[in-house]
Design a protein around this ligand. Structure first.
Ligand code: OGA
Ligand code: NI
Length: 400
């Protein structure tokens, strides 16, 4: 009976969504071009009032509002028992000892190379970031999300920069939503770092986040050299393509509240990260991140004190598709909330990014046309998470 009701609701939802899409297309004709949007940003307002997922989770609902119900084909086909792999996921993502790579172990370096070419995903241990700092950062953010909703509204974000406290990705009216709230902030370039846009509570949060950012920038730099060398080019090459010292760094802290119907919703819909390298600190208590491998979604079982590293679309573009950005999603559960910190190491945002010269030739033409990261990330900022559709459609027209 409950199932039947749900199905009917979904049909209505899908119909409404199509209607809205038609309207959107009408409106889009008069809208700013993507070029204008890059110059002027996406505007100061969301298309409709923001729903804080935390408020929904705390209102003792027995189901989730229609806006959070995914069509059947997109729902998680299995729910996870906390901290355990679902039966079907036998493969886990590779675990790599970074200190061993840095001290010259070729075998481990080769394993990173394979992971980048196949999955675009691996975990690193012995990465040089202190476990106490990792725990302190995670717990500071957990405390922030536990503040009353009103205390967080002061930092409410807008689509123009996404900085601050947010609850949606994408500005399409009527779009289906994901079961998370988040906080987005910039570390680099320094002109974009504005600690006044960071939370002031809990009292240690700015200091901890600042140090965390510095340490993750260093880890990002180390990974960049390894990834560059694994492409057979100079170890500084990728960093130079990122704009040298002018690269960017930002962070999205994800808060996934408990969800009364985890089998109908997603914490974060399938997407690849638009940027360079993502260094994720997952929740040490609750699994939820899944990586696509063929037709399977593999749940990541992160080791204690490990970071999960994944490549974004700019790495796929710069490597001319030798490296793959990874498609991933997050599932939620009804028993435990989940907090994760996604740190993004990105190219300077206004320079053209295209396959490295050394990797292209007449027989191996560039697969992607040059595009700035500012321009590129407008897609996800406008349309929200859409799998790997953008990087796939971005293939150079010159080559058919
Ligand atoms: C992201 C992301 C995964 C997670 O923020 O882009 O994929 O585990 N997060 O929260
Ligand atoms: Ni992601």
């Amino acid at each position: 009976m409950i199932e039947k009701e749900t199905t009917e609701k979904i049909e209505i939802e899908i119909k409404t969504k199509n209607d809205l899409n038609d309207q959107d297309q009408e409106v889009n004709k008069d809208n700013m071009s993507d070029q204008d949007k890059t110059m002027k940003g996406l505007g100061e307002k969301w298309p409709e009032p923001i729903i804080r997922v935390q408020s929904l989770a705390e209102s003792n609902l027995t189901t989730v509002p229609d806006r959070f119900i995914k069509p059947p084909s997109q729902r998680p086909n299995e729910t996870i028992a906390i901290n355990h792999q679902p039966e079907t996921a036998a493969i886990n993502i590779p675990v790599i000892d970074l200190s061993s790579v840095l001290s010259g172990n070729q075998e481990d370096k080769e394993r990173i190379s394979e992971a980048c070419r196949e999955f675009g995903f691996f975990q690193v241990i012995n990465h040089g970031v202190r476990p106490e700092l990792m725990a302190a950062a995670r717990e500071a953010w957990r405390s922030f999300f536990h503040l009353p909703v009103e205390a967080k509204e002061a930092y409410s974000n807008s689509p123009s920069t996404y900085e601050g406290y947010g609850s949606r990705l994408g500005v399409e009216k009527g779009a289906l939503l994901d079961w998370n709230d988040y906080y987005f902030l910039n570390f680099l370039p320094l002109v974009l770092k504005d600690v006044n846009k960071w939370p002031s509570l809990p009292s240690n949060i700015r200091e901890v986040v600042d140090e965390y950012g510095e340490e993750l920038v260093k880890l990002g730099e180390r990974l960049m050299r390894i990834l560059s060398s694994n492409l057979g080019v100079n170890e500084e090459q990728l960093q130079e393509a990122f704009g040298g010292e002018d690269f960017g760094a930002c962070m999205r802290v994800n808060y996934y509240p408990k969800c009364p119907r985890p089998e109908l919703a997603l914490g974060l819909s399938p997407h690849s990260d638009p940027g360079g390298i993502t260094i994720l600190l997952p929740d040490d208590q609750v699994a939820g991140l899944q990586v696509r491998h063929g037709d399977m979604w593999i749940t990541v079982n992160a080791l204690p004190n490990a970071f999960v590293v994944n490549l974004g679309d700019q790495m796929q573009i710069l490597s001319n598709s030798i490296y793959k950005s990874s498609e991933h999603r997050v599932i939620v559960n009804s028993q435990k909330e989940r907090v994760s910190l996604a740190f993004f190491y990105n190219p300077k945002s206004d320079i053209p990014i295209q396959p490295l010269e050394q990797l292209v030739s007449s027989t191996n033409p560039p697969l992607y046309p040059p595009m700035s990261y500012d321009q590129y990330r407008l897609f996800i900022r406008t349309h929200g998470p859409r799998g790997k559709s953008y990087v796939e459609s971005h293939v150079s027209l010159v080559n058919g």
